[in-house]
Ligand binder design. Structure first.
Ligand SMILES: C[S@@+](CC[C@H](N)C(=O)[O-])C[C@H]1O[C@@H](n2cnc3c(N)ncnc32)[C@H](O)[C@@H]1O
Length: 292
C-alpha cells in the first residue's frame, strides 16, 4: 500500500524524544514540555486513566453512551489507549476532546510508526484531524469522537459547553501548572464541577499530586483521593463527584500536612506562584464533607 501523504503541520514546534523507557513521545519546544515523560504515552495512559478509572467495568454497566471529556487532546495517546482497552466490548462511547491546537496530533500522526500507539487507528485519526469529528465503529465500539478547538478556560464560559453531553470520566492532561497556570486555577475546577450532572458519577484523574491542586479540587466541590502510581510518580490524584469512585480519599492526616505546606493555596488567577493556605481557605477546607 502507498503511504498516505504527510499532513501539513504549521511551523512544527514539536519534536520526537526518546524516553528513559525506550519509547518515543512528543515534545513541545514552545512550552519545553514532553507529553507523558519517563514511562511513555501508553504506559501512563493505562495506569492513570484506563486502570484507575476501572473504565472497562464502568462502560459495561453504563446505560447509553459513556461520555468522556478528554481535556488536552495533544497527540491523542490518552484517547487511543482508552480505545485499545475497550475495543473488544460492544459499547457506545462519546469522546469530546478539548485543545487549543490540533498541531501536536498532526505531528504525531506523521510519526505514527515511531510512536506506535496509532497502530490500527490511522484512518480514524486521519478522518478526525480532517473533519474534527468522527462517527464510526472502532473494533466493537460505536464511537463518536469530536473536537472542541479553542482555549479551554474560555470554552467553559460559553453557552455551548452547557449543551455538551455530561461526562462520566474526564482525562485531565494539561501541561504543568508552572508552565500552564490557566489550566490549573481553582475557578476552572469549580466551573468543571458545576458542569457535571450530579446524577452521573464522574471521576477525573490527573498526574499531579500537588497540595495546591488537591485543595483547588476540594474547594471546587469534588471528593479527592490519592491516585494510582504511574511509574513516573509514586502518587497521582483522582477527583470525583461521588465518593464511591474514590478508593483512597484524602484524610485528616493529609489535611494537617496541607496546613503546614508552603505551597497549598490554590491559584485564584492564571499566574503561577506558591503560597501556604490562607486562613479563609483553611476554614473552607476543614468544612468539606470528606473530612467530617
Ligand atoms: C501534555 S499535552 C496533552 C497530551 C495528550 N493528552 C496526549 O495524550 O497526547 C497538553 C495539551 O494541553 C493543551 N492546552 C494547554 N493549554 C490549553 C488551553 N488553555 N486550552 C486548551 N488546550 C490547552 C496543549 O495544547 C497540549 O496539547
Amino acid at each position: 500500500m502507498i503511504n498516505p501523504a504527510p499532513l501539513v503541520a504549521a511551523n512544527i514546534p514539536y519534536k520526537l524524544v526518546r524516553l528513559a523507557s525506550g519509547t518515543f513521545s512528543v515534545h513541545s519546544t514552545a512550552e519545553s514540555e514532553t507529553f507523558h515523560p519517563v514511562i511513555g504515552p501508553v504506559a501512563e495512559a493505562e495506569a492513570l486513566y484506563v486502570r484507575q478509572l476501572g473504565i472497562r467495568e464502568r462502560v459495561q454497566i453504563h446505560d447509553g453512551a459513556f461520555v468522556i471529556w478528554d481535556v488536552g487532546l495533544g497527540a491523542a495517546a490518552n484517547v487511543l489507549t482508552v480505545l485499545n482497552a475497550l475495543q473488544d466490548l460492544e459499547v457506545s462511547l462519546k469522546i469530546i476532546s478539548f485543545d487549543r491546537t490540533i498541531e501536536p496530533l498532526k505531528f504525531a500522526l506523521n510519526h505514527a510508526a515511531e510512536l506506535g500507539y496509532f497502530a490500527g487507528h490511522e484512518t480514524l485519526v486521519r478522518q478526525f484531524v480532517e473533519g474534527e469529528s468522527v462517527l464510526m465503529q472502532c473494533g466493537k465500539i460505536r464511537l463518536e469522537w469530536s473536537l472542541e478547538l479553542g482555549d479551554f478556560p474560555a470554552a467553559l464560559e460559553t453557552p455551548r459547553i452547557q449543551r455538551l453531553p455530561k461526562p462520566s470520566a474526564i482525562l485531565f492532561d494539561a501541561y504543568s501548572p508552572a508552565k500552564n497556570p490557566a489550566m490549573w486555577t481553582q475557578p476552572l475546577f469549580a466551573r468543571i464541577f458545576s458542569l457535571l450532572d450530579p446524577k452521573i458519577p464522574c471521576a477525573m484523574p490527573t498526574y499531579s499530586r500537588s497540595t495546591m491542586l488537591r485543595v483547588s479540587l476540594l474547594l471546587a466541590g469534588f471528593y479527592v483521593g490519592v491516585g494510582h502510581a504511574t511509574g513516573e510518580k509514586e502518587e497521582t490524584t483522582i477527583a470525583a463527584n461521588s465518593l464511591s469512585l474514590i478508593n483512597e480519599p484524602l484524610d485528616r492526616t493529609w489535611l494537617i500536612r496541607a496546613r503546614k505546606s508552603t505551597s497549598a493555596e490554590p491559584l485564584w488567577e492564571p499566574n503561577y506562584r506558591q503560597a501556604p493556605l490562607s486562613d479563609e481557605t483553611w476554614v473552607k477546607l476543614q468544612a468539606h464533607s470528606q473530612f467530617q
